[in-house]
Ligand binder design. Structure first.
Ligand code: NAD
Ligand code: LMR
Length: 282
């Protein structure tokens, strides 16, 4: 759903990597939809490409990437909420009997994932919010630029309230440097948006990784946004946490210990996203 920069790139990569045998493309821009369909067919790959959105409910995986992206004048992802809620509403109508796995990409991703899950009635374990893998890749880049090694994970909101977790970094990182890295992470996608009009390669690569993990029932733990029901002491929101992925979606939500700095940021992320979710018309 949404075959713009992200949806189009993922459709292309999933096709050339042999992850799909059938694609159903949906977009309100009819000329773009038809162009994407033809461009995919011109690869000559043995894939069915249709634009019949009534068939979407029988899909194994639905990627929700429809709606407005940020431009340099839109400061935060949360500022996209009012523009993109009607788009989520339209998707819910199309997904009324969908029993596959929904991957939410559209920003503000955590709120949209919660909204789509609640309004559609899709089980929360089949609603995966994408963003944590991308934020974690950006975090790992920031760590390596500072010659810090280990595994960087980002939880919390896919937005201003993201929470880099330092517990798996080999050296201790002092609060001042943590704040410096966090500020850098908050601005990292805007550098790309300023230069080329949107982020594409980073998100598309990690969305493909997520799809592959679902299809091969990987049972690996990765950071994704999950609708919480008491985990981390939170409910009524979707938030970035470590989840084990399998063919049925989110197999388990893991509760990792956080240190004081991380817990404070995580609590702030929870309060922020809960605040946005409580104003939704559910
Ligand atoms: N979660 C992440 O990590 C992440 C990464 C990149 C982008 N995003 C978000 O993904 C979304 C899409 O980004 P993009 O760069 O592909 O934008 P884009 O403008 O290139 O594509 C969006 C597409 O959605 C279509 N659309 C709008 N309303 C629709 C509707 N009601 N039904 C169907 N299609 C509709 C538009 O015609 C357009 O083709 C944005 O909200 C962006 O912020 C999230
Ligand atoms: O930052 C954005 O608006 C796009 C996306 O959420 C990203 O992180 O690349």
């Amino acid at each position: 759903m949404g075959v713009g920069k992200i949806g189009g790139e993922v459709a292309f990569l999933a096709s050339v990597l042999g992850l799909v045998d059938e694609l159903i493309l949906h977009d309100t821009s009819v000329p773009l939809l038809e162009a994407q369909r033809l461009d995919l067919l011109h690869t000559g790959l043995d894939i069915e490409v249709s634009t019949d959105s009534r068939a979407a409910e029988s899909a194994d995986i639905c990627l929700f990437a429809a709606g407005s992206p940020r431009n340099p004048l839109i400061k935060t992802r949360a500022d996209l909420l009012s523009a993109n809620l009607p788009v989520a509403d339209a998707a819910i109508r199309t997904l009324s009997r969908f029993d596959g796995i929904l991957i939410t990409v559209t920003n503000p991703m955590d709120v949209n994932n919660y909204y789509l899950c609640n309004k559609s009635g899709i089980d929360r374990h089949r609603c995966i919010g994408f963003g944590g893998q991308l934020d974690s890749a950006r975090f790992n880049l920031a760590l390596s630029e500072r010659c810090l090694s280990g595994e960087g994970w980002v939880f919390g909101e896919h937005g201003e309230h993201q929470v880099p977790v330092f517990g798996r970094i080999s050296e201790g990182v002092l609060p001042e440097m943590r704040e410096e890295i966090l500020t850098e992470l908050r601005g990292s996608s805007m550098e790309v948006i300023n230069g080329k009009g949107g982020t594409v390669f980073g998100p598309a690569y990690h969305i493909i990784d997520l799809i592959r993990q679902i299809l091969c029932d990987s049972r690996q733990t990765i950071p994704c946004s999950a609708v919480l029901d008491g985990e981390y002491g939170l409910d009524r929101c979707s938030l970035g946490v470590p989840v084990q992925i399998g063919k049925e979606g989110i197999r388990t939500i893991e509760e990792w210990p956080l240190d004081g700095w991380e817990q404070q940021k995580f609590d702030a992320a929870g309060a922020f996203v809960q605040g946005l979710c409580q104003n939704l018309d559910l």
